[in-house]
Design a protein around this ligand. Structure first.
Ligand SMILES: Nc1ncnc2c1ncn2[C@@H]1O[C@H](COP(=O)(O)OP(=O)(O)OP(=O)(O)O)[C@@H](O)[C@H]1O
Ligand SMILES: [Mg+2]
Length: 259
């Protein structure tokens, strides 16, 4: 059970306004099936806003998001999730007292018929369904390198491992498109490497598309097939990482942030 039939994501002219501020201003974003796409830009550029539109949390004021045959801009978050779009958040959102395994089972909720954790009637069919989901969750834990922590409460795990459990939980929904908002924020060097490896392995094993918000250009260059750069809500560059990195408009935007 891997992500087959992954459609292209094509956002055009995305515009989001908050009171007097235009957070996204006519942004285009194309994510090829199975690619790892980095969305970068200085603080406040509109990256999280873009994710919020793609996942249905915010409604776009203008523009369209096509995911295969579906138009996402008119859909509520649960319908977008049902089409195979999963995300992680800038801040960790795990149930700290539940084990890693049970957190992953929550990630499979969309795919379960009887809400396996709460199934009061332990009928044979429910039991075998639960076994199947637990086996798949364990397999996904393996891809992202958290299998050894399955029995441990999420709250007891080191920060870097918790972030990878979050990645695993999003993958447990069997997404075709995965949105990762700053998955390595606040991590030390080894944790960043472990996360980068987990993201690459998950993509390779499952064949899904990934959009990654990330500040570290070196990591983007290592991981991403393509990059889209936002600055003040506008797309200022798009293309392969080595070309985007040398783009004068991109260099200016990042230098401006440091001064
Ligand atoms: N719900 C909101 N209400 C009002 N303004 C908002 C809201 N969400 C975002 N903004 C504003 O929109 C702009 C883009 O914010 P966004 O969070 O998308 O940036 P970002 O690129 O994710 O930045 P960061 O790198 O700091 O996470 C910012 O000026 C922000 O203050
Ligand atoms: Mg953000």
């Amino acid at each position: 059970m891997t992500a087959t039939d992954v459609p292209e994501l094509v956002a055009t002219g995305l515009t989001v306004r908050f009171a007097g501020l235009t957070a996204l201003d006519g942004v285009d974003l194309t994510v090829r099936p199975g690619s790892l796409h980095a969305l970068i830009g200085p603080n406040g550029a509109g990256k999280s806003t873009c994710f919020n539109v793609l996942s249905g949390v915010y409604r776009a004021d203008a523009g369209s998001v096509r995911f295969g045959d579906a138009e996402l801009t008119a859909l509520p978050p649960h319908r977008i999730a049902a089409l195979g779009v999963a995300r992680t958040f800038q801040n960790i959102a795990l149930s700290e007292r539940l084990s890693t395994a049970d957190n992953l089972m929550l990630g499979r909720h969309r795919l379960t018929r009887a809400g396996v954790l709460s199934a009061g009637l332990r009928l044979p069919r429910a039991r075998s369904e639960e076994r199947r989901h637990r086996a798949r969750a364990a397999e996904i834990a393996e891809f992202v390198g958290v299998a050894e922590h399955l029995a441990v409460p999420a709250g007891a795990l080191p920060y870097g491992v918790r972030k990878r459990v979050e990645l695993a939980r999003a993958l447990c929904a069997e997404p075709r498109l995965l949105l990762l908002d700053e998955p390595v924020a606040g991590m030390n060097g080894p944790e960043r490497h472990a996360m980068a490896r987990a993201i690459r392995q998950a993509r390779d094993a499952l064949g899904l598309s990934v959009v990654l918000v990330e500040h570290d250009m070196a990591m983007v260059a290592r991981l991403a097939d393509e990059v889209t750069v936002l600055d003040f809500g506008r797309r200022i560059a798009a293309g392969p990482p080595d070309r985007v990195r040398r783009d004068p408009a991109v260099i200016r935007a990042y230098l401006g942030e440091q001064s």
